[in-house]
Design a protein around this ligand. Structure first.
Ligand code: DC
Length: 234
């Protein structure tokens, strides 16, 4: 029998909007791994600040509030469930405000340190595919497979533009592209845990593929480097 601690761990890092979480979820289901969305942890810290009137750019105020941020992370049928103060966060972490707060608090070193243990504990159980920005470089430098999942800013902007228009939002492609480029710059130039591929990461450029093709290719990258293909017939 394969014990959970012997299942491989997979790190998936990359910029926002490349579609890595959609693909990582599909791959997790296919290979019997647990999908962990680390961005949701930063979003939950951001949500606490938002709901308690704390300025997310005020690092001292955010740090002082951290002992009151009670996060619980559990899994139900492979779905990650996050609660704040005992109450499920659900879609409250997906609003524009929550995104902005998440991005601001993620730059604060004490916030990153606060979330480190939570993420490392998950790594210890093994068999996770974890997506974020610093997974291969900071959270699990010993991951069995590291994938840097990316897409050109123009591709990401186009996808986001279509999504937003479908929701009836009045946005322009140029606005979205500018916001994506600004966020890329901020994420890759920040001092702490900047977005960059680990030296031993496999670079995957998703531009030319459909979601299903991306999932096939990412699963193949993982299976080539681990025993997962054998145990799950993928
Ligand atoms: O992946 P996401 O959009 O849900 O992430 C939300 C924010 O958290 C985003 O601004 C980047 C940040 N983040 C991070 O700094 N490190 C991670 N491992 C994951 C997310």
């Amino acid at each position: 029998m394969i014990t959970p601690s012997r299942l491989p761990n997979v790190a998936v890092d990359g910029p926002s909007g490349a579609g890595k979480s959609t693909v990582a979820k599909l791959v997790a289901a296919r290979l019997g791994l647990i999908y962990v969305d680390t961005g949701a942890l930063y979003r939950t810290v951001g949500l606490y600040m938002l709901e308690n009137g704390i300025d997310p750019d005020d690092a001292d105020a955010v740090e002082a509030a951290l002992p009151n941020v009670k996060i619980s992370l559990t899994f139900e049928d492979g779905r990650q469930i996050l609660a704040l103060g005992g109450e499920e966060v659900g879609d409250r972490i997906r609003t524009e405000d929550a995104s902005r707060y998440a991005s601001a608090v993620s730059k604060i070193p004490s916030v990153r340190a606060f979330l480190l243990d939570e993420q490392r504990n998950l790594v210890e159980r093994g068999g996770v595919i974890m997506d974020g920005r610093d997974i291969g470089t900071v959270i699990m430098p010993d991951a069995d497979v590291k994938i840097f999942y990316t897409a050109a800013a123009s591709t990401r902007a186009e996808r986001r533009y279509k999504e937003q228009r479908a929701k009836g939002e009045d946005v322009s492609y140029e606005e979205i592209l500018a916001a994506i480029e600004a966020r890329d710059k901020q994420d890759s130039e920040r001092e702490i845990a900047p977005l960059r591929p680990a030296e031993d990461a496999v670079l995957f450029e998703s531009d030319a593929y459909t979601v299903d093709e991306c999932a096939d290719r990412v699963a193949a990258i993982i299976c080539e480097r681990t025993n997962l293909g054998e145990s799950h017939g993928a």
